[in-house]
Design a binder for this molecule. Structure first.
Ligand code: CMX
Length: 139
């Protein structure tokens, strides 16, 4: 029996790509259905496309909109591929405080507005064993 995951559950797996629509086509061939709208998150310098992979979770495709975006840097170092996992939380400020108290290093001192108008922060991969993690709260 699955536990009720209300406080923290998978929201999306994010994939860095240099060609958003080509990546959309690949996952569409697999059977996923993408939201028609593409969202540009100006602060993060990315264009995104979302498709559900279950009731709560999505694939988020991320294409850089600028050569100095985190995604462009990631692709130039590693090539395209899985960039981060995001967990939905009830209260991102409370979760961030809890994580800092446990010794995790957050990327931003305060949550910022991310895709879908959510409040988000990221945990540095150096404090998670090499995986960039995002926490996100629906506003
Ligand atoms: N997953 C795992 N490790 C990563 C990583 C990732 N996505 N991105 C970078 N790293 C690693 C680097 O390879 C580097 O490792 P080494 O020191 O072993 O070489 C280490 O993290 C730190 O690298 P850095 O040079 O200090 O930092 P970068 O300039 O590479 O930036 C990071 C890394 C995580 C701080 C930066 O990408 C960041 O601030 N991310 C948060 C915001 C973000 O990712 N925005 C894009 C998505 C927006 C959205 O989803 O809407």
């Amino acid at each position: 029996m699955l536990p009720e995951l209300e406080d923290c559950f998978l929201d999306h797996v994010a994939i860095a790509t240099s060609d958003l629509e080509k990546s959309v086509d690949i996952f569409t061939d697999l059977g996923l259905v993408f939201q028609e709208a593409r969202e540009v998150v100006e602060d993060q310098k990315v264009k995104t496309a979302f498709a559900h992979i279950d009731k709560n979770a999505h694939i988020e495709l991320l294409e850089p909109t600028s050569p100095d975006s985190a995604i462009a840097k990631f692709i130039s170092k590693n090539g395209p591929g899985i960039h981060h996992m995001c967990f939905r939380v009830k209260d991102v400020v409370a979760k961030q405080k809890e994580l800092i108290d446990k010794g995790f290093k957050m990327i931003y001192p305060e949550p910022v507005v991310g895709a879908g108008n959510c409040l988000v922060n990221f945990i540095h991969p150096k404090s998670t064993g090499g995986i960039l993690l995002e926490i996100s709260q629906k506003k």
